[in-house]
Design a protein around this ligand. Structure first.
Ligand code: ATP
Ligand code: MG
Length: 332
């Protein structure tokens, strides 16, 4: 039985199909990630899996329980840490967790020990009696995550667990996620628009764009499928690009060629064999190369090859959205 499974899942809002025929599974104990840009349908999928939204059609199952038929069983099996923080800034860390424990119907006589346990795990024991307003962004996120762990769920959902945090804090959160996974043997399903995060944390990744899954595989397999190395070439003259690409595509060891203006990206199985041929062709045809480099493929390359565009990595937009959400909450 899979921890998470969807079959032809669809979610339509008035004029948007946010989730468009999405099928995938997550194995018990796996860390699985949805990687995709703003508006890809990541949060919507997660909200269906956590019973907060009803699917328009298709099926979603958690440990065999259908979200539409057995929502209560689903909720007992899952922890969910939302994209936006839900902690109350004017309560202490511990008070927030007490609230959360009560909401999760944790038996009274177990509340204290459970809270001690998660505080220890996420290393907030010392700060527990201070109000959350005094916490850093990373500490707040850790508190959010702690709240999702209190009832010891079998499957933990993390929606953009590190969005808006600086890179050092992000790396620390990754360590906590790994620790939770190892110590509790939990299945973890996370969403992210950070390549490095997906690469570092996930056993397998689904690339989602425009409500559709473009590919699902391990980060390593994805990178391997790109060829072992990437040659990036910048030419002087856009008119010569076509001719150059025609030639390069025919070289043995070349797996794929993409171009954008004067920039050519060549996915190859062996750079040392392809490079001399490129130089030969350019010098005998009078084509000037402005720059050329040989690198290992990254998930960025994978993303471009499947979606045709770069992932937007725009934190300011997230922060603006976050402010907007906060304003809405304050007004209502
Ligand atoms: N309640 C809603 N009503 C109408 N449209 C919605 C609603 N919720 C989401 N959408 C739309 O569905 C699409 C997918 O949104 P979703 O929030 O799932 O994306 P996401 O991948 O989580 O993006 P982000 O990275 O910005 O969090 C977007 O076009 C969004 O505008
Ligand atoms: Mg989202």
């Amino acid at each position: 039985m899979y921890s998470v499974e969807t079959r032809s899942l669809v979610k339509s809002f008035k004029d948007v199909t946010a989730v468009n025929d999405v099928s995938f599974y997550v194995e018990q104990g796996e860390i699985f990630g949805f990687l995709g840009p703003n508006g890809a349908g990541k949060s919507t999928t997660m909200m269906i899996l956590t019973t907060l939204l009803k699917p328009t059609s298709g099926q979603a199952l958690i440990n065999g329980y259908d979200v539409s038929i057995n929502p209560k069983d689903v909720r007992e099996n899952i922890g969910y840490v939302q994209q936006e923080s839900t902690v109350d800034e004017y309560l202490t860390g511990r008070e927030n967790l007490i609230l959360q424990a009560k909401l999760n119907h944790i038996p009274k006589n177990q509340i204290d020990s459970r809270i001690d346990e998660v505080l220890e795990l996420i290393e907030l024991t010392e700060k527990q009696n201070e109000p959350v307003v005094t916490y850093s962004g990373g500490m707040r996120k850790r508190l959010d995550i702690a709240g999702g762990l209190l009832h010891r769920p079998k499957v933990l959902f993390l929606d953009e667990p590190t969005v808006g945090l600086d890179i050092q804090t992000r790396r620390k959160i990754w360590e906590y996620i790994k620790k939770i996974h190892d110590e509790f043997e939990m299945t973890i399903f996370l969403t992210t628009h950070y390549m490095e995060e997906a690469d570092q944390l996930c056993d397998r990744i689904g690339i989602i764009d425009g409500g559709k899954i473009q590919v699902i595989d391990s980060p390593q397999n994805m990178k391997n499928s790109m060829g072992n190395e990437v040659i990036s070439i910048i030419l002087n003259d856009e008119k010569q690009t076509r001719e150059f690409i025609d030639y390069i595509s025919k070289i043995s060891n070349v797996k794929n060629v993409k171009s954008d203006g004067v920039k050519i990206t060549v996915f190859v199985s062996s750079g040392t064999e392809v490079l001399p041929k490129i130089f030969e062709f350019s010098s005998s045809n009078g084509i000037k190369i402005n720059s050329i480099s040989l690198t290992q493929p990254t998930l960025d390359d994978v993303f471009i090859s499947y979606t045709g565009h770069e992932i937007r990595d725009d934190d300011t937009k997230f922060n603006r959205r976050r402010e907007h959400a906060k304003m809405k909450r304050l007004r209502s």
